[in-house]
Design a protein around this ligand. Sequence first.
Ligand SMILES: NC(=O)C1=CN([C@@H]2O[C@H](COP(=O)(O)OP(=O)(O)OC[C@H]3O[C@@H](n4cnc5c(N)ncnc54)[C@H](OP(=O)(O)O)[C@@H]3O)[C@@H](O)[C@H]2O)C=CC1
Ligand SMILES: Nc1c(N[C@@H]2O[C@H](COP(=O)(O)O)[C@@H](O)[C@H]2O)[nH]c(=O)[nH]c1=O
Length: 601
Amino acid sequence: MALALGGTQTHLSPLLCRAASNDNYSNAPIATASHARDASYVRRAAELADMSAGSTSPHPNFGCVIATSSGAVAGEGFLYAQGTKPAEILAVEAAGESCRRSTAYLNMEPGDCHGDHAAVAALVEAGIERVVVGIRHPLQHLRGNAVRALRGHGVQVDVVGEDLKSKIIENARKSCLLVNAPLICRAASRVPFSVLKYAMTLDGKIAASSGHAAWISSKISRSRVFEMRGRSDAIVVGGNTVRRDNPRLTARHGGGHMPMRIVMSQSLDLPEEASLWDVSDASTIVVTQRGARKSFQKLLASKGVEVVEFDILNPRDVMEYFHDRGYLSVLWECGGTLAASAISAGIIHKVFAFIAPKIIGGKYAPSPVGELGMVQMTQALDLIDVCYEQVGPDMLISGFLQPIPDLTPVIPSVEETYAIDPTVTPYESKIIFFYKTWDPYGAFSNFSPHPIQMPDVNGDYATWLSVEHFYQAQKFVGVDDPLAQDCVERIKSAKSPEEAARLGRSMQRQCPDLVRSDWESAKIDAMYRAVKCKFSIYPHLNSMLLSTAGYVLVEASPHDLFWGGGRDGEGLNYLGRLLMQLRSEFLGESSASNQNSFLAG
Ligand SMILES: NC(=O)C1=CN([C@@H]2O[C@H](COP(=O)(O)OP(=O)(O)OC[C@H]3O[C@@H](n4cnc5c(N)ncnc54)[C@H](OP(=O)(O)O)[C@@H]3O)[C@@H](O)[C@H]2O)C=CC1
Ligand SMILES: Nc1c(N[C@@H]2O[C@H](COP(=O)(O)O)[C@@H](O)[C@H]2O)[nH]c(=O)[nH]c1=O
């Protein structure tokens, strides 16, 4: 058996522990043997998908297992990050010739948001006879497309819960739902998937009465927290936690990605020096009330900390804002005051409580959740799908505060949401917005996984994994410094467009001297050349671009006011403009060539 690992994270999330333990292949006397085998491989596909949790964001997690007719595993793979090779291709490559007449098990229907049917084509071309799909794609515009395409190629497709029904297979489906719970919840609620995590003593305190809290949970529990951070797009704390703990909130387990740190502070009465203001390892955003301490906002900005003002600072508005910025999952590591506010706002989906076997006492020692206004025990919020796990000396109890939304009533599309909610203004007609690569026009994003070949200064062609890789590296090209050349190489070999963007932006921020002096005037041309190459070499992308004729193209980035259109249309939308310019060039070329062939005919 070959395992095509797309990445390095190998820890199986506690997300899966309950579903996994309930569904043991060897303990399934009442299920048919074939259902038991299907269930065990679907669950394995979910385990594989989970290995890159956090790294694929905002993309879902995909895993694939290929099993021969005798039941042997021939190949496995998982998506490492957005823009890297799909799980199905990795598994097919690992299985080689054994793919013929084998079954492929997928935790989730492939998304095919780039219109190239790469995953479906790999399975079909490899001679896969049957595909078992754990869950259909949660996003409506992608749902069912790959299942239909596979069936159209004569592949037998069994969707769990539709074509395969039994208790054991239903438990396997649960594993698939858990792995992509962030995407499913986010799609249904229009806020990121939020997890509240805290460490408390056996007598229910998250700090001593003095406010001292380092440490309640054990070292091993805290290193588990580092992994959780690595699986999240952002960590949230309140102002008081910054004042009391001076936290770093970084993922320090060696590997994985570094989440954004978000501080919610109404007063902005925060220390001038704090670990979170050092943005060399990870970025920080402070969200606050409009008009709060303008001089302190300036100080934060001078340290590279972004400040975002809200009319009224509440967890729901803040999470809706970060949803619009593309965040998939958020870890709340705040104290009880903010935790209560977030639970009351209905934006916490899951809770992780580390309980340490120690007692601190203290009448005024804080507890994990402040005032919720409940007076009867019958009002208590019951956790769903509770999981118990011993971590070193501590006990970790986790569970959902809200059920994972059912996929069967289809999550409404953007248009349907407007129809249901008349307060939401529909997009103006004749505008096509694109941003995330899973959107209907997601292939227009620079993060779409379309490698390009571009000439260097000597005219030699090199392959770049995405437009974003090329664009970020151009910042440092031609600078006479080995460190700048090293930046170019590191960006070039970044595993995903996100990694390339992160590297390019952080090196530009940290070492402005390495950025070429003409960058501001050269960047549009660099982008134009890269985008032109992409839309010239991929015929299906070229057709997609031409099909938008007559529409204004807007990159719906709420925060990039140069390449994107901004939150309220205040952005310059240079990426949209370049695409429209290219579109007219291509249309001009095709009408000229039509005219030539007409004349020739
Ligand atoms: N053991 C554990 O797991 C943890 C323990 N702790 C401990 O908890 C204590 C801090 O607890 P606590 O003050 O509750 O925590 P937080 O600081 O995390 O949350 C409260 C603060 O959040 C800010 N805030 C912004 N918007 C809101 C809102 N809508 N509702 C409520 N708060 C908002 C305010 O900051 P501002 O005042 O700046 O306006 C407020 O003071 C410390 O002793 C710390 O050590 C903290 C985290 C985890
Ligand atoms: N005290 C406490 C926690 N506290 C949380 O961790 C933050 C400190 O993180 P860092 O500075 O990155 O090490 C702190 O501000 C609070 O949010 N967490 C735990 O897992 N166990 C503990 O006992």
